[in-house]
Design a protein around this ligand. Structure first.
Ligand code: SAM
Length: 279
């Protein structure tokens, strides 16, 4: 019988966010694969764990997955951890998990911290539908192209960012997405944790007053989410006529106007009927 691969989340800053189950698993497996053995050794020392570590990072992912796969085939158990948070989330892990499935090993996630989830829940933006885009491209041209691709996604947008790119990224978000509501989560769970909320223009000005440091997650309202634009005021029947005059059919015009006025489609239809009768 092949062994088990445990995907073990570790803290994103605060050591106390290590779960009891994570500690138990890291103690009991045959080997722990990690990005940086010195970094993980410090974490293990804090919990009196003296298990065997092997390095597993983006440059040796394929080779190590094969080696660890062989151990799993022999019935051994392995854990994978990353430098911070959940392995596989913008960190190595994916190849080893694929390998484990291929050889019929059991794959068990041990849940814990993930930076983007905590940034979203603290942002005050809708959490019912989320688009996690990992890191935005480093170069402005590619970044703007990516932002154009996600502009119309009706879900809260979330990106990881580095301190030296956060300002440029916010500037590009502002230009491509408009002045949407947003939030920055900085240094989550650490001493200098900070959650800033406001429109993108506000976030830009709050960042420019201090040299950005630390780790950042950028959360932005999705298309049609709260904050892209204030709901339109005025006569919805006029707006629907205007859209129809531009060539839109009645159904699409009603749908778009409802969105612009911040109404459900049935509310928009009711107002449309009433206002048409009044005119
Ligand atoms: N595996 C990690 C997770 O589960 O969130 C993500 C690793 S990714 C290589 C590192 C990025 O995650 C950072 O550049 C930052 O955008 C984000 N991040 C990690 N820790 C964070 C923290 N404490 N506060 C804010 N962002 C953090």
């Amino acid at each position: 019988m092949p062994g088990t691969l445990y995907i073990v989340a570790t803290p994103i800053g605060n050591l106390q966010d290590m779960t009891a189950r994570a500690i138990e698993m890291l103690r009991s497996v045959d080997v722990i694969a990690c990005e940086d053995t010195r970094h993980t050794r410090k974490l293990l020392n804090a919990y009196d764990i003296s298990n065997k570590l092997v390095s597993y990072h983006e440059h040796n992912e394929q080779e190590r997955s094969d080696e660890l796969g062989r151990l799993l085939i022999e019935g051994k158990s392995a854990a994978i951890v990353s430098d911070a948070g959940t392995p596989g989330i913008n960190d190595p892990g994916f190849r080893l998990v694929t390998k484990a499935h291929e050889i019929g090993a059991r794959v068990v996630p041990i849940p814990g911290a993930v930076a983007f989830v905590n940034a979203v829940i603290a942002s005050g933006l809708p959490t019912d539908s989320i688009f996690f885009g990992g890191f935005l491209p480093a170069k402005t041209g590619e970044r703007k192209k990516r932002l154009l691709e996600v502009k119309n996604i009706p879900a809260t947008l979330v990106f990881y960012e580095t301190p030296h790119r956060i300002e440029a990224s916010i500037e590009d978000c502002l230009n491509v997405l408009g002045d949407r509501k947003a939030s920055i989560a900085r240094e989550l769970t650490k001493l200098h944790e900070q959650i800033i909320t406001g429109k993108l223009s506000f976030l830009r000005s709050s960042l420019s007053s201090a040299r950005p440091r630390g780790e950042y997650v950028l959360v932005i309202a999705g298309d049609g989410g709260t904050g892209e634009a204030e709901p339109k005021q005025g006569n919805i029947a006029d707006r629907i006529s205007e859209l129809e005059a531009e060539g839109m059919d009645r159904k699409s015009a009603l749908k778009l106007a409802a969105k612009e006025f911040g109404l459900s489609r049935s509310e928009a239809y009711r107002d449309f009927q009433n206002q048409r009768t009044d005119n």
